[in-house]
Design a protein around this ligand. Structure first.
Ligand code: APR
Length: 237
Protein backbone atom coordinates (compact mmCIF):
# COMPACT_ATOMS: atom_id res chain seq x y z
CA UNK A 1 0.00 0.00 0.00
CA UNK A 2 2.66 2.56 1.04
CA UNK A 3 4.82 1.42 -1.91
CA UNK A 4 1.98 2.09 -4.35
CA UNK A 5 1.31 5.51 -2.82
CA UNK A 6 5.00 6.43 -3.24
CA UNK A 7 5.03 5.22 -6.85
CA UNK A 8 2.04 7.33 -7.83
CA UNK A 9 2.98 10.49 -5.89
CA UNK A 10 5.09 13.32 -7.27
CA UNK A 11 5.52 15.57 -4.22
CA UNK A 12 6.40 13.49 -1.17
CA UNK A 13 7.30 15.12 2.15
CA UNK A 14 8.64 13.11 5.09
CA UNK A 15 7.98 14.30 8.66
CA UNK A 16 10.07 12.81 11.47
CA UNK A 17 9.96 12.71 15.24
CA UNK A 18 12.14 11.20 17.94
CA UNK A 19 11.10 7.70 16.89
CA UNK A 20 13.31 8.22 13.83
CA UNK A 21 16.41 8.25 16.07
CA UNK A 22 15.69 5.49 18.59
CA UNK A 23 17.31 2.97 16.23
CA UNK A 24 20.43 5.15 16.42
CA UNK A 25 20.40 4.62 20.20
CA UNK A 26 18.81 7.92 21.27
CA UNK A 27 15.74 7.73 23.53
CA UNK A 28 12.52 9.36 22.38
CA UNK A 29 10.28 11.34 24.74
CA UNK A 30 7.03 9.44 25.21
CA UNK A 31 7.63 5.76 24.53
CA UNK A 32 6.31 3.97 27.58
CA UNK A 33 9.19 3.05 29.97
CA UNK A 34 12.07 4.47 27.85
CA UNK A 35 10.91 7.95 26.87
CA UNK A 36 12.81 10.94 28.34
CA UNK A 37 9.61 12.42 29.74
CA UNK A 38 9.00 9.21 31.67
CA UNK A 39 11.92 10.28 33.89
CA UNK A 40 12.05 14.07 33.64
CA UNK A 41 9.39 16.78 33.70
CA UNK A 42 9.89 18.70 30.41
CA UNK A 43 8.84 22.00 31.99
CA UNK A 44 11.52 21.53 34.68
CA UNK A 45 14.40 20.87 32.27
CA UNK A 46 13.48 21.96 28.72
CA UNK A 47 11.68 25.26 29.18
CA UNK A 48 12.54 28.97 29.32
CA UNK A 49 11.53 28.77 33.00
CA UNK A 50 14.19 26.10 33.62
CA UNK A 51 16.82 28.13 31.74
CA UNK A 52 16.08 31.19 33.84
CA UNK A 53 15.14 29.68 37.22
CA UNK A 54 17.03 26.37 37.53
CA UNK A 55 19.94 26.72 35.15
CA UNK A 56 22.19 24.08 36.77
CA UNK A 57 19.52 21.41 36.19
CA UNK A 58 18.96 22.79 32.68
CA UNK A 59 22.67 22.58 31.89
CA UNK A 60 22.88 19.01 33.30
CA UNK A 61 19.90 17.81 31.25
CA UNK A 62 21.14 19.21 27.95
CA UNK A 63 24.79 18.27 28.55
CA UNK A 64 23.71 14.63 28.97
CA UNK A 65 21.77 14.79 25.69
CA UNK A 66 24.82 16.29 23.92
CA UNK A 67 27.11 13.58 25.34
CA UNK A 68 24.60 10.80 24.45
CA UNK A 69 24.32 12.21 20.89
CA UNK A 70 28.11 12.03 20.47
CA UNK A 71 27.94 8.27 21.07
CA UNK A 72 25.26 7.78 18.40
CA UNK A 73 25.04 8.25 14.65
CA UNK A 74 22.45 8.17 11.86
CA UNK A 75 21.12 4.69 11.08
CA UNK A 76 20.21 3.04 7.76
CA UNK A 77 16.84 4.77 7.75
CA UNK A 78 18.48 8.20 7.77
CA UNK A 79 20.75 7.11 4.91
CA UNK A 80 17.78 5.85 2.89
CA UNK A 81 15.90 9.16 3.28
CA UNK A 82 19.03 11.06 2.14
CA UNK A 83 19.26 8.74 -0.90
CA UNK A 84 15.56 9.23 -1.69
CA UNK A 85 16.08 13.01 -1.73
CA UNK A 86 19.06 12.64 -4.09
CA UNK A 87 17.03 10.30 -6.34
CA UNK A 88 14.06 12.68 -6.36
CA UNK A 89 11.72 10.28 -4.50
CA UNK A 90 11.07 12.83 -1.72
CA UNK A 91 11.19 16.64 -1.76
CA UNK A 92 12.48 17.06 1.78
CA UNK A 93 12.13 16.33 5.48
CA UNK A 94 10.30 18.29 8.16
CA UNK A 95 11.78 17.17 11.47
CA UNK A 96 11.09 17.82 15.14
CA UNK A 97 14.44 16.24 15.97
CA UNK A 98 17.39 18.32 17.11
CA UNK A 99 20.08 15.65 16.68
CA UNK A 100 20.98 16.83 13.16
CA UNK A 101 21.16 13.19 12.00
CA UNK A 102 19.25 13.81 8.76
CA UNK A 103 21.86 16.39 7.68
CA UNK A 104 24.75 14.21 8.91
CA UNK A 105 23.33 11.38 6.75
CA UNK A 106 23.37 13.72 3.71
CA UNK A 107 19.81 15.07 3.49
CA UNK A 108 19.83 18.66 2.18
CA UNK A 109 16.27 19.95 2.41
CA UNK A 110 15.77 19.47 6.17
CA UNK A 111 13.39 21.79 8.04
CA UNK A 112 14.36 21.64 11.72
CA UNK A 113 11.19 22.86 13.45
CA UNK A 114 12.70 22.64 16.93
CA UNK A 115 16.19 23.93 16.08
CA UNK A 116 19.39 21.98 16.67
CA UNK A 117 21.36 20.58 19.59
CA UNK A 118 24.46 20.52 17.36
CA UNK A 119 25.15 24.11 18.46
CA UNK A 120 24.67 26.41 21.46
CA UNK A 121 24.44 30.20 21.52
CA UNK A 122 24.84 32.93 24.10
CA UNK A 123 21.55 34.07 25.64
CA UNK A 124 22.99 37.62 25.96
CA UNK A 125 25.14 38.39 22.90
CA UNK A 126 23.96 35.65 20.51
CA UNK A 127 27.48 34.31 19.82
CA UNK A 128 27.20 30.78 18.36
CA UNK A 129 29.44 27.89 19.50
CA UNK A 130 29.60 24.14 18.75
CA UNK A 131 27.87 21.87 21.26
CA UNK A 132 31.27 20.63 22.45
CA UNK A 133 31.14 23.61 24.87
CA UNK A 134 28.54 21.63 26.84
CA UNK A 135 30.61 18.47 26.55
CA UNK A 136 33.54 20.20 28.29
CA UNK A 137 31.10 21.82 30.75
CA UNK A 138 31.63 25.36 29.48
CA UNK A 139 28.21 26.92 30.07
CA UNK A 140 29.02 30.63 29.82
CA UNK A 141 30.05 32.87 26.96
CA UNK A 142 33.19 35.00 27.00
CA UNK A 143 30.77 37.91 27.49
CA UNK A 144 29.49 36.28 30.68
CA UNK A 145 26.09 35.32 29.23
CA UNK A 146 24.58 31.81 29.59
CA UNK A 147 25.18 29.41 26.70
CA UNK A 148 21.94 27.62 25.72
CA UNK A 149 21.27 24.96 23.05
CA UNK A 150 19.91 26.38 19.76
CA UNK A 151 16.72 24.37 20.26
CA UNK A 152 13.14 25.57 20.73
CA UNK A 153 12.38 25.38 24.46
CA UNK A 154 8.90 24.92 25.87
CA UNK A 155 7.58 28.48 26.11
CA UNK A 156 9.26 29.58 22.87
CA UNK A 157 7.87 29.89 19.33
CA UNK A 158 9.14 27.95 16.33
CA UNK A 159 11.64 29.68 13.99
CA UNK A 160 9.49 31.77 11.62
CA UNK A 161 11.34 31.01 8.39
CA UNK A 162 11.42 27.25 9.04
CA UNK A 163 7.73 27.30 9.98
CA UNK A 164 6.86 29.01 6.68
CA UNK A 165 9.02 26.60 4.65
CA UNK A 166 7.40 23.60 6.37
CA UNK A 167 3.93 25.07 5.78
CA UNK A 168 4.66 25.52 2.06
CA UNK A 169 6.07 22.01 1.78
CA UNK A 170 3.05 20.54 3.59
CA UNK A 171 0.58 22.43 1.38
CA UNK A 172 2.27 21.26 -1.83
CA UNK A 173 2.67 17.63 -0.78
CA UNK A 174 0.55 14.93 -2.40
CA UNK A 175 1.94 12.34 0.02
CA UNK A 176 2.93 13.16 3.63
CA UNK A 177 4.74 10.40 5.52
CA UNK A 178 5.06 10.67 9.33
CA UNK A 179 7.90 8.59 10.82
CA UNK A 180 8.20 8.16 14.59
CA UNK A 181 6.15 10.89 16.21
CA UNK A 182 3.34 10.74 18.78
CA UNK A 183 2.06 13.98 17.17
CA UNK A 184 1.26 15.42 20.60
CA UNK A 185 3.19 18.71 20.47
CA UNK A 186 1.72 21.81 18.82
CA UNK A 187 2.27 23.59 16.54
CA UNK A 188 4.65 21.00 15.07
CA UNK A 189 1.82 18.44 14.90
CA UNK A 190 -0.27 20.70 12.62
CA UNK A 191 1.73 19.96 9.46
CA UNK A 192 0.30 16.46 8.83
CA UNK A 193 -3.20 17.94 9.16
CA UNK A 194 -2.35 20.87 6.87
CA UNK A 195 -1.08 18.44 4.23
CA UNK A 196 -4.16 16.23 4.56
CA UNK A 197 -6.51 19.24 4.35
CA UNK A 198 -4.77 20.31 1.12
CA UNK A 199 -5.48 16.92 -0.41
CA UNK A 200 -2.36 14.90 0.42
CA UNK A 201 -2.50 11.25 1.36
CA UNK A 202 -1.32 10.87 4.98
CA UNK A 203 0.76 7.89 6.14
CA UNK A 204 1.80 7.37 9.78
CA UNK A 205 4.55 4.89 10.69
CA UNK A 206 4.73 4.76 14.49
CA UNK A 207 5.08 1.90 16.98
CA UNK A 208 2.34 3.33 19.21
CA UNK A 209 -1.02 4.90 18.31
CA UNK A 210 -0.88 8.63 17.59
CA UNK A 211 -3.39 11.47 18.04
CA UNK A 212 -4.01 11.59 14.28
CA UNK A 213 -4.28 7.90 13.31
CA UNK A 214 -7.96 8.38 12.38
CA UNK A 215 -7.02 11.04 9.79
CA UNK A 216 -4.40 8.85 8.12
CA UNK A 217 -4.88 6.91 4.89
CA UNK A 218 -2.31 4.32 6.00
CA UNK A 219 -1.16 3.54 9.58
CA UNK A 220 1.72 1.14 10.34
CA UNK A 221 2.04 0.36 14.06
CA UNK A 222 3.65 -3.05 14.13
CA UNK A 223 6.96 -2.39 12.36
CA UNK A 224 10.06 -0.30 13.08
CA UNK A 225 10.87 2.63 10.81
CA UNK A 226 14.25 1.21 9.76
CA UNK A 227 12.63 -2.02 8.62
CA UNK A 228 9.81 -0.24 6.73
CA UNK A 229 12.24 2.09 4.93
CA UNK A 230 14.66 -0.74 4.05
CA UNK A 231 11.88 -2.83 2.53
CA UNK A 232 10.50 0.13 0.54
CA UNK A 233 14.00 1.06 -0.65
CA UNK A 234 14.60 -2.50 -1.81
CA UNK A 235 11.40 -2.41 -3.89
CA UNK A 236 12.01 1.09 -5.27
CA UNK A 237 15.60 0.47 -6.45
N1 APR B 1 9.88 2.87 14.75
C1 APR B 1 8.64 3.41 14.75
N2 APR B 1 8.15 4.19 15.76
C2 APR B 1 8.97 4.42 16.81
C3 APR B 1 10.28 3.88 16.89
C4 APR B 1 10.72 3.06 15.80
N3 APR B 1 11.94 2.51 15.77
N4 APR B 1 10.84 4.28 18.07
C5 APR B 1 9.91 5.03 18.70
N5 APR B 1 8.80 5.12 17.95
C6 APR B 1 7.59 5.92 18.22
C7 APR B 1 7.09 5.83 19.64
O1 APR B 1 6.10 4.83 19.75
C8 APR B 1 6.53 7.23 19.90
O2 APR B 1 5.11 7.26 19.78
O3 APR B 1 7.98 7.26 18.03
C9 APR B 1 7.12 8.11 18.80
C10 APR B 1 7.95 9.24 19.35
O4 APR B 1 7.06 10.15 19.97
P1 APR B 1 7.65 11.19 21.03
O5 APR B 1 8.56 10.50 21.95
O6 APR B 1 6.48 11.96 21.58
O7 APR B 1 8.56 12.16 20.14
P2 APR B 1 8.08 13.35 19.23
O8 APR B 1 6.72 13.10 18.65
O9 APR B 1 9.17 13.63 18.28
O10 APR B 1 7.98 14.57 20.29
C11 APR B 1 7.71 15.84 19.77
O11 APR B 1 8.07 16.80 21.94
O12 APR B 1 9.25 17.06 23.90
C12 APR B 1 9.05 17.56 22.64
O13 APR B 1 10.65 18.83 21.53
C13 APR B 1 10.31 17.52 21.83
O14 APR B 1 10.49 17.37 19.42
C14 APR B 1 9.92 16.76 20.58
C15 APR B 1 8.42 16.88 20.58
Amino acid sequence: MLYNLIKKSSNIVVYTGAGMSTESGLPDFRSSKTGLWEKEDPSAVASTKALNKDVERFFRFYRKRVVDMKDCSPHKGHDILAKWEREGVIKGIITQNVDGFHSVAGSDNVMELHGTLQQVHCQSCGQVYGNEMYEVETFYCTCGGKLRPSVVLFGEGLPEDTFMKASDASEQADLFIVLGSSLTVTPANQFPILAKEQGAKLVIVNLEPTLFDDYADVVIHDRKIGEVLAELDHRLF
